[in-house]
Design a protein around this ligand. Structure first.
Ligand code: SF4
Length: 252
C-alpha cells in the first residue's frame, strides 16, 4: 500500500512537471477543499513558485475564508482570489490576501429579480445561473492569460467526474494530476504532510453523515460514507451531485 501511494505521488508529480515544462503560463486552482490542497502541495513540490488562484463567492462558509488565510500564510501560497462582490471580505483584506473583485451588479440584479418573482434565493431556484455568475465568469477571468491550469479533480468524487482525463485539451489545457487518487489517499497524503483539513471535514452529524465535498454554504450538505462525495452538493435541486460549470464549460 505504501509503495502504491509513493508511485501515485511520483506519477502525479511527473504530470505536473511535464505540464510546467510544456506550458509557460500555468497556475493551480485551489478551492481550499481537500483535493485542491493535495494538488497545491504536489505542484509546489515540483515548482515552488507556481501561481495559485482561487474562485471565492459571497456564499462560501466563513471557515473557508479563515482556512484560506491560514493555509496561505502557512504554505506561503501568495494566492490570488477572484470574487464577484462589492467589497473584499474583512477576513481577507485584514490578512493581506490579493483579491481581484469583479463587478457585482449583474448578480445583484438577477438575484433580486428571482427573489421578487419566486420569493426564494437564486441558488434555490436557479443554481446553474448563480454558479455561472459567481463561479464560471470569475474563472474565465482567472485563466484568461494562462495556457494551462492544474486542478484537483478525481474520478471517484461523483457521477460527473468519472470520464475526465489526466490532461484535457479544450482551448485551455487542464491538468488533473490526482485524477486516480481515492478520498482516503488524499486525506492520508495531507496527514503525512502535516496539513490540517478544512474544519468542515471534521463535522460529524448526529446520523453519522459527514461533509465530504465543500462548496458554497447553501449548496453543501453532509452525506453517508456509502454515498459519493459530491452527492451532498446542491442537494434538493436539479443540480444535485453535479458541477458548478467551471469544469464543464469552455473557459476560453
Ligand atoms: S454553489 Fe450555490 S451559492 Fe455557490 S455559486 Fe453555485 S448555486 Fe450559487
Amino acid at each position: 500500500m505504501y509503495k502504491k501511494m509513493l508511485d501515485k505521488i511520483a506519477h502525479s508529480e511527473k504530470i505536473i512537471r511535464d505540464a510546467v515544462k510544456n506550458y509557460r503560463r500555468i497556475a493551480v486552482a485551489c478551492s481550499f477543499g481537500k483535493d485542491s490542497m493535495a494538488t497545491v502541495l504536489l505542484a509546489r513540490e515540483v515548482h515552488p513558485e507556481i501561481p495559485v488562484f482561487s474562485i471565492m463567492t459571497i456564499f462560501k462558509p466563513k471557515e473557508t475564508f479563515e482556512y484560506l488565510v491560514r493555509m496561505n500564510k502557512r504554505l506561503n501560497l501568495n494566492v490570488t482570489v477572484y470574487m464577484v462582490a462589492r467589497d473584499v471580505p474583512p477576513v481577507l483584506s485584514g490578512n493581506g490576501i490579493n483579491v481581484k473583485l469583479l463587478p457585482a451588479w449583474r448578480f445583484e440584479k438577477e438575484s433580486a429579480e428571482v427573489e421578487t418573482v419566486y420569493g426564494k434565493k437564486i441558488y434555490e431556484v436557479a443554481p446553474d445561473r448563480c454558479c455561472e455568475l459567481l463561479k464560471v465568469e470569475p474563472a474565465k477571468e482567472a485563466v484568461k492569460d494562462l495556457d494551462a491550469w492544474v486542478c484537483g479533480l478525481r474520478n471517484t468524487e461523483g457521477r460527473t467526474r468519472k470520464d475526465y482525463k489526466e490532461i484535457e485539451f479544450r482551448g485551455l489545457v487542464k491538468v488533473n494530476p490526482i485524477l486516480n487518487w481515492t478520498e482516503e489517499e488524499v486525506r492520508g497524503y495531507l496527514e503525512a504532510k502535516g496539513v490540517e483539513l478544512h474544519p468542515w471535514y471534521n463535522r460529524v452529524f448526529p446520523d453519522g453523515r459527514l461533509i465530504r465535498s465543500i462548496g458554497c454554504e447553501p449548496c453543501t450538505s453532509p452525506v453517508y460514507d456509502w454515498q459519493e462525495e459530491r452527492e451532498g452538493r446542491w442537494k434538493g435541486t436539479s443540480k444535485c451531485g453535479g458541477e458548478c460549470g467551471i469544469h464543464t464549460r469552455r473557459l476560453k
